[in-house]
Write a protein of this length. Sequence first.
Length: 284
Amino acid sequence: MTAVVPKDASPAPLAVVPSEPGPGVGPLLRGWRRLRRVSQLELALRAESSARHISFVETGRSRPSAEMVLRLADHLDVPVRERNALLLAAGYAPRYPQTPLDDPALGALRDGLERLIRCYEPYPALVVDASYDVVAANGAIAALLTGVAEHLLQPPLNTMRLTLHPEGLAPRIRNLDEWRGHLLDQMRRQIALSRSEPLRALYDEVRAYPAPPSEPAGPAPEPPSPAARFALPMRIEHAGRVLSFVSSISTFNTPMDVTVAELAVETLLPADRETAAFLQGLPW
């Protein structure tokens, strides 16, 4: 059964911090261009403009049209939320709405997501936003959270806290050192792409959680799952056995709404036949 987690209709904004100070859209565009490691000439060629015009825009000598701002943002792969910030800095109205997820206008989207993750059972699946807060989760996710501290289960649930907190799933993850490193790397990459201050704060928080202790000398470690040959699995103790999963994340193509652009569907696929057989044998 799908569990939909209530969320504030007005999520915290994702802040854009330009690489160098200055008013207007020019420094912001220059910051994104340098972040993407694109020269003025390369950006001009992509946007069918000229390096001279790009230079004038970045220094404030030329005011770009709203269409040019969006064209440059598209070629710089600027997140939808930050495209609105660029338009505002250039003196234009935001182009992309931010519709609350519980708005009737997104009813079909919500229903579709809930059906998707429900149909994925008996395997775990959930929907998260840009800050890794859980928007919806299926029954298999709920089963995995058995034993997690109550304070971590208060809405909004956050997948990074649930996974890495010492009172969350962390003590049950057999390869916590590897999985923790993977999640922190994933967050660092996302911070570099979106410049999200809330996400950076979350990263600093979970990075400060106690790291797994060094393995004491003892028996040889268990051989890795065959899935480790093509993807890093998460190996977690559950119901007296070790389950192994590989993660897949899907996002929407060509989103036109900030809320939709920041949603991601994460599915956990069994990494071995034993995990699949155990999950398929559970009563749903």
